[in-house]
Write a protein that binds this ligand. Structure first.
Ligand SMILES: Cc1cc2nc3c(=O)[nH]c(=O)nc-3n(C[C@H](O)[C@H](O)[C@H](O)COP(=O)(O)O)c2cc1C
Length: 208
């Protein structure tokens, strides 16, 4: 079994990467082959809207890193996508990547049946995590993938997904308090717990 995580953050190894690595580590402990891809390390051109993918399952841009990443997606059972929230949305790097997967979808649905999971991080407590999360999940649904969530139906509810928050608390004057931020997402126990729940659900889904 193989699981890859794709990090849409424009910052390598930061909060989104911490969450993705936490999930991959849990999967790796159970023998799943894992790999993390940081979009910031890769050269992925914008889709040129040439529409070649309407007539054959191919992209006309063949000389950037999308070919390698697509190959990785096609040979994986699980695709986890993480994004920081940028303006209540996914990052522009992630959107560029999503657009470039069109050839795997138009003529034939090449990602059909794979497992997908979404991870988001925002600065604010209600900073758009749910919107960004829904955009990633919409991508999985449109590809015929099966979304894995964090809920264990036998236990109480914790959260609707891996959606982390860097906001910690308010300090100072009541009329003009300043925000104190968590140092990293590792200080968000809910986010870290949901990473473990997600990994556990992915392992269950892989056995089904
Ligand atoms: C361009 C930009 C837009 C952002 N927009 C939002 C936003 O809409 N809501 C929010 O809560 N945080 C926003 N943030 C904060 C990021 O979501 C936050 O810093 C996140 O942790 C970054 O993840 P990273 O550590 O993996 O880079 C924004 C950050 C940037 C750089």
């Amino acid at each position: 079994m193989r699981a890859i995580a794709i990090n849409g953050s424009h910052r390598k190894g930061k909060n989104t990467a911490i969450l993705l690595r936490t999930i991959l580590e849990e999967l790796s402990k159970k023998g799943v082959e894992t790999r993390l891809f940081e979009l910031v390390d890769l050269r992925i051109e914008y889709c040129r809207a040439c529409n070649r993918c309407l007539s054959e399952p191919k992209c006309s841009i063949e000389d950037d890193d999308m070919a390698m990443l697509a190959e990785e997606m096609l040979r994986s059972d699980v695709i986890i996508i993480g994004s920081p929230v940028y303006n209540a949305n996914v990052t522009s790097k992630l959107k560029t990547f999503i657009d470039r997967t069109r050839w795997m979808h138009m003529k034939r649905e090449l990602l059909q049946g794979k497992l997908g999971a979404s991870v988001t991080v925002a600065g604010l407590r209600n900073g758009g995590q749910e919107l960004a999360h829904a955009i990633i999940e919409r991508f999985f649904l449109s590809r015929g993938m099966k979304i894995v969530g964090v809920r264990d139906p036998e236990r109480g509810i914790y959260n609707m997904g891996v959606m982390a928050t860097l906001y910690d608390h308010l300090e100072g004057e009541a009329d003009l308090p300043s925000i104190k931020w968590k140092k990293t997402v590792s200080d968000d126990p809910l986010a870290m717990a949901t990473c473990r729940f997600l990994a556990s659900n992915i392992l269950k889904a892989l056995k089904e």
